[in-house]
Ligand binder design. Sequence first.
Ligand SMILES: [Zn+2]
Length: 369
Amino acid sequence: MKWSFRIFTIAGTEVRVHVTFFLLLLFIAGHGLMSGQGMAVALESMLFIGVLFTCVLLHEFGHVLAARGYGIRTPDITLLPIGGVARLERMPRKPSQELVVAICGPLVNVAIAAAIYLIFGISAVIDPAYDFGKTGNFFEKLMVWNVIMVVFNMIPAFPMDGGRVLRALLAMFLDYGKATRWAAALGQGIAMLLAISMLLNKVAFHPLLLLIAFFIFMAAGQEAASVTQQEATRDLRVKDAMLTDFRSLPPHATLRDGVTLLLAGAQQDFPVLDTHGGMQGMLTRHDLISALAENGPAHPVIDVMRRCPDATQPAIDLTQALDALGASDCPALPVIDPLSGELVGLLTAENIGETLMVRAALMKMRAAA
Ligand SMILES: [Zn+2]
């Protein structure tokens, strides 16, 4: 994550802190001092935040250790003012494993709260609206905040742990894609309900709460979309979706040759190949048209083409190639045979779309049969 730096590394997991986290500490200290409560209160508030975020870190390590039990590494954890983010190498696809990984975070907070309760007990009725500026029983506050963390994280909505727990439970009975879409829809419903009841004054309006509702809504939709795409392209390889019937240009071609090919068929982007079939670059329709206006039809194609350094191979997973295509500034990803080094196909968004449409139609037919 940008604007974050490493503080230490434990067991192969880097612990990073985002700069905005220090702004939060400064804000808390400043708030304590400005409100005239003195240095002691300000320091206690900062200490409290520090200890609270240690609890957040322990929560994240709950996920990390559970994932490690399944052989999944976690390169880093980043602490943000809103909490921690553990970047797992991948999420386990087995529902029972995802359930364990998701639940081991909140379980840590349950354990901390229970330990404080057993050691210190509760002195008075707990008021959840603790003011950070007020002094109070330090451990009592810490216990309350650990309970809040559990409740907040177990909201059954992505990207909260509760959303993953729900998906894992659903995925035991439904297929993974459907389970994700149902869990995401419920998360979005909860977020909408929260926002609407705040706007109707059924729940006390708080801008932070509204922001959280918005954040949940977006994240739930994103998770559903990414899983839907993964489902659609699962088991497909580049060779299943690549364009194999394409025209190409020799290295000495001019823009006039490019125009001839463009007008002759539906292909829009043309690979430029050397005499051995090796890929030199790609002439896109956009570049062809703008160069034509500027330099005229006799201009060499080789001056105008893009280099397209990102290529893929026929046996690569389509999901992976799709990410590469999205990141590339070429509209088509060249597919190179790893043995001969020759260009054997072009991977375009349009062709992938058609492949997926065909696949969906075939699946529908099989389901109906
Ligand atoms: Zn968590």
